[in-house]
Write a protein that binds this ligand. Structure first.
Ligand SMILES: [Zn+2]
Length: 343
């Protein structure tokens, strides 16, 4: 099976030759940048460098996917946030939020014509020309809640949910036109999955805020997007108190981190979503050795996780050999052979 066939067989509950190694978020290491002479920060915005690094994740590290969106800042930059893209070994940061007042906020009419949207669509298209039906292409959009953090600020946003809930609801709805339309474009240009990153995490918002302010928007988005292709919702952190609500979003997969237990997460979901992730980045991938990675991967596979993956964008100093060990281990087993392994 090629990567595309393997991933979609697993996704559609059909037989697959080996477990798929899918990476919804960035797996770009400093080693990978050096090998490809493509470095952050320019690789966030430079189409050739972005393309080369996405391909290297497949060719050098063995992932069954091409994920060309490494940060979470393209749309915010396009919509007027001042972003510091200067970090060589760190992700970009928002340094100035453009929106001070949100009453009557509307997105600029031709926002999809901003270069960040156009250039990213071109990269998806170029990947599709070479890898169509061979390697799944994973696009990404930033959900309205995260966009609101970037454009208006976390504290402002939380405060206004209490003071002006209806204004915030309109604001979030208006912002959602960005991920909805950007996701449609990415699918039309050849993306096979689109990650929807929305940081409704437990350290920032309550499950009730998610339910009241964001869930209806997620459901509306899915009413428009579900026939385009699978959407992977990415939310970091412990999701124990909200996974039931997240599961009502109608999104197809949930990218989930290592603070969550697979069986418990499955049990708590009201509507079943395919879960992907569970591999710890800062300790296991960064500080562990290949033997540790192998052991944890096998443990997760034996628990029933079909899509074992890094939990979020990985730190830059993860050794390539650890990622190669992850993909090699996944490719060494399938549903039948994993049962016979003892750990
Ligand atoms: Zn994350």
């Amino acid at each position: 099976m090629n990567s595309y066939e393997r991933v979609f067989a697993a996704y559609n509950n059909k037989d697959f030759d080996s477990f798929p190694a899918l990476n919804p978020t960035s797996i770009i290491t400093y080693e990978l940048m050096k090998n490809n002479n493509a470095f952050f920060p320019s690789a966030h915005l430079h189409p050739i460098e972005t393309y080369d690094l996405a391909v290297a994740g497949h060719k050098e590290l063995g992932f069954d996917s091409l994920s060309p969106y490494f940060s979470i800042h393209l749309e915010a930059a396009a919509l007027g946030a001042k972003i510091d893209f200067s970090f060589k070994k760190g992700m970009p940061q928002v340094i100035e939020k453009p929106i001070k007042k949100i009453d009557d906020f509307t997105l600029p009419k031709n926002f999809l014509e901003k270069k960040e949207y156009i250039e990213f669509n071109k990269i998806i298209k170029k990947l599709n020309q070479k890898y169509n039906k061979k390697v799944p292409i994973i696009g990404k959009v930033i959900g309205p809640w995260t966009l609101a953090y970037h454009l208006f600020g976390v504290e402002n946003l939380i405060m206004q949910t209490i003071l002006n809930p209806n204004v915030i609801k309109n604001f979030i709805k208006e912002l959602s036109y960005s991920p909805i339309n950007f996701a449609k474009q990415q699918f039309e240009n050849g993306a096979d999955f689109v990650v929807w990153a929305d940081h409704v995490t437990c350290d920032l918002v309550s499950p009730q805020i998610y339910e009241e302010f964001v869930l209806p928007i997620h459901q509306q988005a899915m009413a428009e997007l579900s026939h385009y292709g699978p959407i992977i919702l990415h939310v970091c952190g412990n999701l124990e108190d909200r996974i039931d609500k997240l599961s009502l979003s109608n999104m197809d997969m949930l990218h989930i981190d290592s603070r969550n237990d697979y069986a418990q997460s499955k049990n708590k979901m009201i509507k079943k979503m395919e879960l992907i992730g569970f591999i710890n980045n800062p300790y296991l991938l960064r500080k562990g050795n290949p033997k540790d990675i192998r052991k944890e991967t096998i443990k997760l596979l034996k628990q029933g996780v079909k899509f074992v993956a890094p939990e979020c964008a990985i730190p830059f100093n993860v050794p390539n050999e650890n990622l190669i060990e992850l993909t090699t281990t996944l490719h060494s087993y399938n549903l039948n052979t994993i049962e016979q392994i003892n750990i």
